[in-house]
Design a protein around this ligand. Structure first.
Ligand code: UT7
Length: 326
């Protein structure tokens, strides 16, 4: 076995659309400000009855169908999420049950918006070591449940969705070429949800203080994200002796269009080689990259032999990349 390879993808977004104009009626903001500062026009919001595992289930069904596989064919399920169905058990175990993937082991990964690439890193290592043979990785988020709808600095940013990929060993030259994951816990306070854990357990007091909502120092996070993602992209290309022009598709985490534009400018690649869905879905955290990848596959944007570069950045702080020969 030479490499691990993504053999199929799937994604799901809830039907309900919340536009910037809708948000204008909820907080002091404007469609113009949101588009100019973030690139977001609308986002999807899960139904009351939908939890992270429900979105994950829909995305996973798509990936299984695409690969002509049955749930019993999976031997590992990794779910990346910060909005799991409940603190425990893992959302991966709940998804395993929903799918009927009786032969799979299942666990969650929490790396915020970098979660899908952290999951891919673990899956790639397990496949290369021979421990697992067929792994489902899902990024799924219902961020609308931890969004403070009175806070205009965050509520305009987030959306709900899920994306899934199945990874297998490959004897071919194509597959995952190189992966990197990084963390810097010294900046954990830039982006977090302080309530509901052992530090600030859920209580009347924690709810009154709004600790069960996302808190973000947006401007500081933005600056670190741009620097880390630009530097990482340059490093990956150098390490793999690739010119930017050899990258057919860049699939960045969709946190802010201006962050994506900064990476693109630094690399000198045209915007038509970049997958963008932030305008339609906002920031869906761990789900943004697998949703964008699935859209790229289904619309024929990615072809066999193409080099594609995936990059993520999120709370932790965490950041990560994957270089893939499709
Ligand atoms: O996914 C994980 C990683 N996440 C990120 O990387 C997100 C990074 N951060 C961002 O994307 C941006 O920082 C934001 C989009 C969150 C904010 O954009 P910004 O250009 O950094 O704005 P700012 O926070 O510096 O605020 C500028 C002004 C402020 O007003 P004053 O103090 O200049 O009068 C804000 O109060 O914009 C104001 N503002 C708004 N105005 C209208 C903040 N939010 C809004 C809003 N509508 N929704």
């Amino acid at each position: 076995m030479r490499r691990s390879r993504i053999v199929s993808t799937g994604s799901y977004v809830p039907e309900k659309v919340l536009t910037n104009v809708d948000l204008e009626k909820m907080v002091d903001t404007s469609d113009e400000w949101i588009i100019e500062r973030t690139g977001i026009k609308e986002r999807r919001i899960a139904d009351e009855g939908q939890a992270a595992s429900d979105l994950a289930y829909e995305a996973s069904k798509g990936a299984l169908k695409d690969a002509h596989l049955k749930p019993e064919d999976l031997d590992l399920i990794i779910v990346s999420t910060v909005t799991g169905d409940m603190p425990f058990p893992s959302t991966a175990c709940i998804l395993q049950d929903k799918l009927g993937a009786k032969k799979a082991t299942a666990f969650d990964i929490n790396a915020a918006c970098s979660g899908f690439l952290y999951g891919l890193y673990v899956a790639d290592s397990f496949i290369k070591s021979g421990i697992h043979k067929r792994i489902l990785i899902v990024g799924t988020e219902v961020l609308s449940r931890i969004t403070d709808w009175d806070d205009r600095t965050t509520c305009i940013l987030f959306g709900d969705g899920a994306g899934a990929s199945i990874i297998e060993p490959s004897e071919e030259e194509r597959g995952i070429i190189s992966m990197h994951i990084y963390s810097d816990g010294s900046m954990w306070d830039l982006l977090n949800m302080p309530g509901g854990g052992s530090r600030n357990p859920a209580s009347k007091n924690s709810i009154e203080k709004g600790l069960h909502f996302i808190k973000m120092k947006g401007n500081e996070t933005f600056k670190v994200a741009v620097r880390k993602l630009e530097d990482l992209a340059v490093k990956i290309l150098e390490e793999n002796k690739l010119e930017p022009s050899q990258i057919s598709l860049l699939i960045p985490h969709q946190a802010n269009l201006r962050i994506i534009q900064a990476i693109v400018e630094r690399l000198g690649i045209p915007m038509d080689k970049v997958c963008i869905n932030i305008d339609r879905y906002g920031n869906t955290s761990a789900a943004s990259i697998p949703i964008a990848l699935d859209e790229a596959v289904r619309t024929g944007k990615v072809k066999e032999g193409d080099y594609i570069l995936l990059e993520a950045f999120g709370g932790g702080l965490t950041w990560a990349s994957a270089l893939i020969k499709w």
